[in-house]
Ligand binder design. Structure first.
Ligand code: GTP
Ligand code: MG
Length: 266
């Protein structure tokens, strides 16, 4: 019989974290899109810092957003330090805001974000992979890759926590909201990694908040914390690989390296 392990298994991962209007998330997002961008297309020329969140009705109903509040970031293969290959499909769960009303677009699901983002069965017929903001409206000029068979079953979650200081968002609010997300994610029984983002601009006390968050009793020590920076390309792959290794325990266990050490190694 052919050895099954020759073909790398595909891991379907959803990136989640505080989303919504400026009232909820402050002047800027927590870093979900940048993390996904750096993971899926890591080359400097393919890395964009400005991603979509406030949209026209036309862009919301175009084939990339497809009237959903999630983006399909595409597929990528990564190799762990131990030389094991991992194949990933990545989606980002966010909340798109209507540029005329500044309220979230209405969609078929009316659940609040912290519940909706924990969905493990995603469907969206002929939804196109998102590449960058400029793609909207001129999709034909970019690679057109569709979400496989119009659906994805999520195997695990990367929950994002921003450790930088963002005007209009208090750390208490982010902790409270992330807890809501994590409590709902725990109910899915799928593995979760907490990825702190923007560690290149970290506030030490916010890093401590993230550590306190994952050590809460209700998470039973089951949520590893990986300190990342998408801008500086530090430990982004590690966050996803650690998650894949929790989903498939036969694939080894990578060492989680603190941010400063990982930044120096780069
Ligand atoms: P929404 O989807 O709108 O909720 O936002 P998001 O969570 O996807 O955030 P996004 O990735 O769009 O990041 C928001 C902003 O944070 C970016 O435009 C960057 O300016 C900044 N940012 C993201 N990643 C990093 C990082 O690694 N370092 C620093 N310093 N800033 C970052
Ligand atoms: Mg985003």
């Amino acid at each position: 019989m052919a050895k099954k392990c020759d073909v790398p298994r595909t891991f379907n991962v959803a990136a989640v974290g505080l989303s919504g209007t400026e009232k909820e998330k402050g002047s800027t997002g927590v870093g979900k899109s940048c993390l996904c961008n750096r993971f899926v297309r890591h080359l400097a020329d393919d890395y964009h810092v400005d991603h979509i969140s406030v949209l026209s009705q036309t862009d919301f109903s175009g084939r990339v957003v497809n009237n959903d509040h999630f983006l399909y970031w595409g597929e990528v293969t990564k190799t762990s330090d131990e030389g094991v290959d991992f194949n990933f499909n990545v989606v980002e769960q966010t909340e798109f805001i209507d540029d005329s009303s500044f309220q979230p677009f209405k969609s078929s699901k009316t659940d609040p974000y912290y519940k909706r983002c924990t969905t493990i069965k995603l469907t969206s017929a002929e939804k196109l992979m998102y590449i960058c903001k400029n793609q909207l409206g001129i999709e034909k000029e970019y690679e057109q890759k569709m979400i496989p068979e119009g659906k994805l079953s999520i195997d695990g979650f990367v929950c994002v926590f921003d450790v930088s200081d963002v005007p209009g968002r208090t750390i208490d609010k982010q902790v409270e909201y992330t807890c809501l997300i994590l409590n709902n994610l725990m109910k899915t029984k799928k593995p979760i990694v907490l990825a702190t983002t923007k560690n290149d601009e970290a506030r030490e006390s916010y890093v401590k908040e993230a550590e306190r968050l994952v050590s809460r009793r209700e998470y039973k020590g089951s949520i590893p914390l990986v300190e990342t920076s998408a801008h500086e390309d530090v430990s982004v792959d590690l966050a996803f690989i650690v998650l894949a290794q929790m989903i498939d325990r036969t694939k080894g266990k990578s060492k989680i390296v603190p941010f400063l050490e990982a930044a120096l190694r780069r």
